[in-house]
Design a protein around this ligand. Structure first.
Ligand code: NDP
Ligand code: MG
Length: 391
């Protein structure tokens, strides 16, 4: 049998590197055909050499010349610029596109892969948030499939197999609660970047780590689940579970609740997306419940984490609001990571944009991208104002 041919968009990131570890262990049935990065050319070149990738793409074209020197002796085709992601995503030579880039920047590529009917293993949740209706429709129309890599959505996808979609009464997304789980709204006023980056359970890229600290990540995941599972917002709940062993749950109409458990290791959902519908021996650490002892659950604190309630509201409203929510967050997180705004300014930026935005209900891709660009500019403008107030 021919090996499954894989393109990893964002191979130098946290998910990308874990995916390569999983693929290493899966053996010759899986072949890396294409790898991409934004600026980390050293690691990308090393990966291209090791996995004999036939294509590499660097989305920041400024690094193309240096990269071509690093891979000059390899039999590899080099692509550069943001559009190179789209080219990789629709390659004839690729069966599975694993999307592990960060942010809405992955949207054109994931749509291109959907149009080609590829198997889409999606870690990159932002495109689903921004253009969930368009993306899921395009996948359906072209005979493709989305296999979730986000751990909660992988858990739901697995638990859903215990019944039919009509038999589901609700889905429950779990969250570790992040580094500020016990904090009050007053406590988070002056948290530092270092504190916000110190996630108690997961080791992830900086953007999603900050999203977890604000709980915007869970808000994005509510919207992601709404589109992925075609589930009304009223049937989606969030439950805080600090141990991060129960990755999410599905309640069926008869009252039975099916959960998926495992040690907190992204290798599990990555592997399941790659081998679905099969299960094979994996590299993730086995769960020993007797070592964990007890599993605890609590309600999320909606006063401290305003982003979470907003996420539900945005999922209900649809249209351009999710694009604005996501873009405002991406831009604000960037400003926070760069030290230009405070932690609490992230949620304020999102609220400001949503209040000022005139939402459209029925939308085209152009309108979504327009809303996205508007929100980013708005946040940058506010960040400059914050700076001048503080100066
Ligand atoms: P990282 O920041 O670790 O990696 C991001 C990857 O995307 C890198 O390869 C990076 O390249 C590339 N990249 C950065 N900016 C761009 C751009 N503008 N265009 C194209 N590529 C770009 O992120 P994570 O791996 O943590 O997260 C990736 C996605 O997966 C996110 O959407 C996140 O929400 C989701 N996710 C992540 C989880 C995790 O455990 N990390 C868990 C669940 C979901 P370079 O290295 O050159 O900068
Ligand atoms: Mg998740």
């Amino acid at each position: 049998m021919r090996p499954k041919r894989i393109a990893i968009l964002g191979s130098t990131g946290s998910i990308g590197k874990n995916a390569l570890r999983v693929i290493d262990a899966l053996g010759p049935e899986y072949e890396i055909v294409a790898l991409t990065a934004h600026s980390n050319i050293e690691l990308l070149a090393e990966q291209a050499r090791r996995y004999k990738s036939r294509f590499v793409a660097i989305t920041n074209a400024d690094y193309a010349t240096r990269l071509s020197e690093l891979v000059g002796d390899l039999d590899v085709e080099l692509l550069a610029g943001p559009d190179s992601l789209v080219e990789i995503a629709q390659l004839e030579e690729v069966d599975i596109v694993l999307t592990a880039v960060v942010g809405a920047a992955g949207l054109p590529a994931v749509l291109a892969a959907a149009r080609k009917g590829k198997i889409l293993a999606i870690a990159n949740k932002e495109p689903l948030v921004v253009a969930g209706e368009l993306l899921t429709r395009t996948v359906k129309e072209n005979g493709g499939i989305i296999l979730p890599v986000d751990s909660e959505h992988s858990a739901i996808f697995q638990a859903m197999q215990a019944g039919s979609r009509e038999e589901v009464s609700k889905i429950i997304l779990t969250t570790s609660g992040g580094p500020f789980r016990k904090a009050t709204a007053a406590d988070i006023q002056n948290v530092t970047l270092e504190e916000a980056l110190a996630h108690p359970v997961w080791d992830m890229g900086p953007k999603i780590t900050i999203d977890s600290a604000t709980m915007t990540n869970k808000a994005l995941e509510v919207i992601e689940a709404h589109w992925l599972f075609d589930m009304p917002v009223e049937k989606i709940e969030v439950l805080v579970h600090p141990e991060s062993i129960v990755h999410s749950l599905v309640e069926f109409v008869d009252g039975s609740v099916i959960a998926q458990l495992g040690t907190p290791d992204m290798c599990f959902p990555i592997q399941y997306a790659l081998t679905y519908p099969r299960r094979v021996t994996g590299i993730g650490k086995r769960l020993r419940l007797e070592e964990i002892g007890k599993l605890t659950f609590e309600k999320p604190n909606l006063e401290t984490f305003r982003a979470l309630s907003l996420g539900f509201e945005v999922a209900r409203m649809g249209g351009t609001t999710a694009a604005v929510f996501n873009a405002a967050n991406e831009a604000a997180v960037q400003e926070f990571l760069a030290g230009r705004i405070k932690f609490v300014n992230i949620i304020e930026s999102i609220e400001h944009c949503l209040n000022k935005h005139s939402a459209k209900t029925s939308v085209s891709l152009e309108e979504l991208l327009e809303a996205d660009a508007w929100a980013r500019k708005e946040v940058e403008k506010r960040a400059k104002e914050h700076k001048s107030i503080r100066a």
